[in-house]
Design a binder for this molecule. Structure first.
Ligand code: SAM
Length: 346
């Protein structure tokens, strides 16, 4: 996507205005952007079987997304994660990566990365590397083809594994993200850990969060990572380490494999005090917290105001970032958050 000349001038000329700091003194340096709500999989904990997707007219164009993201970069966002839905199903998505890579080249961004289910990674891995992407998170909940198909309601494991191969061949660091699901993949976690570490990939385990209506009962899926960690420590030596990637995971080193194991525990231990993130949807809605409904519309100012109006709308939204989230999973409780994870991405 070619960048208009005036945009280039603006980018180069404008000094960094003041950084975004929320009412609790947390500096916002990390933006996650869901570029589409669509996905080629229907993971049982993420989406319902018959998801209704947004009409295309509500979705920002890639040019609009670029302008919006760049407004955040001008305000001190240093890390950008493209997510979804499945980001690699969005048509011409590589144009967005290519255009955003200018912020890396100019030293305004430290990292441009993505979270993907890996189904299209074989096709896009080398292009991503060319755009300055250095690592990707691949979501993968099972190494058993049948089980993988059941969890994703349709996925083909072979394609995902080919995507991981391609990413590594292209020189991308790969981290595997696995949602721990009670009675579904809990017996596989040890194998996945060994498999990932043998391939030089870190593994992060995620607790299932009560987001969006889905068919299975959340409480039946929920597996506290504290229990899983105890189980893993019977077989592996888990050493506390200070390693961080800028996200919510806390890591341990696994002595036997030499790899790192991360835990994302929004349910059993929230990590809000160090939250540096906000999330933008493909309709231009900014969610200041994954686990709260507080949101600000940026599509309006983007489309009808100038750069200043957009900047002010962003600053005003950050002034409303809540202190934290408080998820509860209970037998008859409605989802804590009405929207599915595919709206704001992981
Ligand atoms: N399609 C991409 C992928 O699969 O990585 C990006 C979007 S997906 C919504 C991002 C991450 O959120 C995935 O790792 C997925 O497993 C996780 N996820 C989805 N719903 C979740 C939930 N209710 N609780 C915890 N993690 C969830």
């Amino acid at each position: 996507m070619p960048m208009p000349a005036y945009e280039m001038d603006r980018q180069q000329a404008s000094p960094l205005i003041s950084p975004l700091i929320d009412p609790f003194g947390r500096k916002i340096t990390y933006l996650r952007v869901s570029v589409t709500d669509r996905c080629d999989l229907r993971c049982v904990y993420c989406m319902s079987e018959d998801m209704r997707f947004l009409p295309k007219r509500d979705v920002l164009t890639l040019e609009e997304l670029d302008r919006l993201i760049s407004a955040f970069v001008n305000r001190g966002v240093r890390k950008l994660r493209i997510t979804g839905g499945e980001p690699l199903v969005r048509r011409d998505i590589m144009d967005l990566f290519s255009s955003l890579s200018r912020h890396l080249a100019r030293g305004l961004l430290d990292e441009l990365t993505l979270t993907t289910n890996g189904t299209r990674l074989a096709r896009f891995a080398s292009g991503l590397a060319d755009c300055g992407v250095r690592r990707v998170n691949v979501s993968l909940d099972s190494l058993d083809p049948e089980r993988f198909r059941r969890i994703t309601r349709r996925g083909d494991l072979t394609g995902v594994l080919a995507g991981i191969d391609a990413a590594q061949r292209a020189g991308l660091g790969v981290k595997i993200n696995t949602v721990a699901l009670k009675g579904v993949n809990e017996d596989e976690i040890e194998n996945m850990l060994v498999w990932a570490h043998q391939r030089g990939m870190d593994l992060t385990l995620i607790e299932v969060m009560p987001m969006g209506e889905i068919e299975p009962a959340r409480i039946d899926q929920f597996l506290p990572l504290s229990a899983l960690r105890r189980r893993l420590s019977e077989r592996f030596t888990l050493d506390e380490i200070s390693y961080r990637t800028g996200g919510p995971a806390r890591y341990v080193g696994v002595r036997e494999t030499g790899g790192k194991l991360g835990f994302i525990t929004p349910m059993t231990h929230n990590f809000c005090e160090s939250c540096n993130r906000v999330r933008l949807t493909c309709t231009g809605t900014l969610y200041m917290c994954l686990g709260q409904e507080d949101a600000a519309d940026l599509r309006g100012p983007l489309r009808t105001g100038g750069d200043l109006a957009l900047d002010e709308a962003i600053a005003a939204a950050i002034r409303h970032k809540p202190k934290g989230h408080d998820f509860v999973i209970a037998r008859r409780a409605p989802p804590a958050i009405g929207r599915h994870m595919s709206v704001t991405g992981g």
